[in-house]
Design a protein around this ligand. Structure first.
Ligand SMILES: [Cu+2]
Length: 108
């Protein structure tokens, strides 16, 4: 996987998100331009099903107003360090009929 030729390219792309990213770029990248983080509070965790209930603020990338709802975790490991009452910042995406948490970090 660690081909010497591909590594610098991947790294360069991640650093190009700022002022330089706009004009020349086409539609080639399947990766979202930026990760939009929403704020939330953990209300319930169900490790067995990989689901987490969050009371969340506005989630701009999926046009969702604040509410309390259940998300599926993209990876159960995302829930491993969480406990009820934790305040978090997270990223969510709509996948089919489900809303999926793709990233979580604790917020103090
Ligand atoms: Cu919601």
């Amino acid at each position: 996987m660690l081909l010497a030729g591909t590594m610098p390219v991947a790294m360069a792309q991640t650093t190009l998100q700022g002022p330089m990213s706009a004009p020349a770029q086409g539609t080639e990248s399947p990766v979202p331009a930026e990760r939009v983080l929403a704020e939330g509070e953990v209300r319930r965790i169900d490790p067995a099903t990989g689901r987490v209930t969050l009371r969340h603020g506005e989630i701009r990338n999926i046009d969702m107003p604040p509410m309390t709802m259940v998300f599926r975790a993209a990876d159960p490991a995302l829930l491993a360090n969480l406990k009820v009452g934790d305040r978090v910042r997270f990223a969510a995406e709509k996948v089919g009929a489900n809303f999926v948490v793709t990233y979580v970090e604790l917020r103090n």
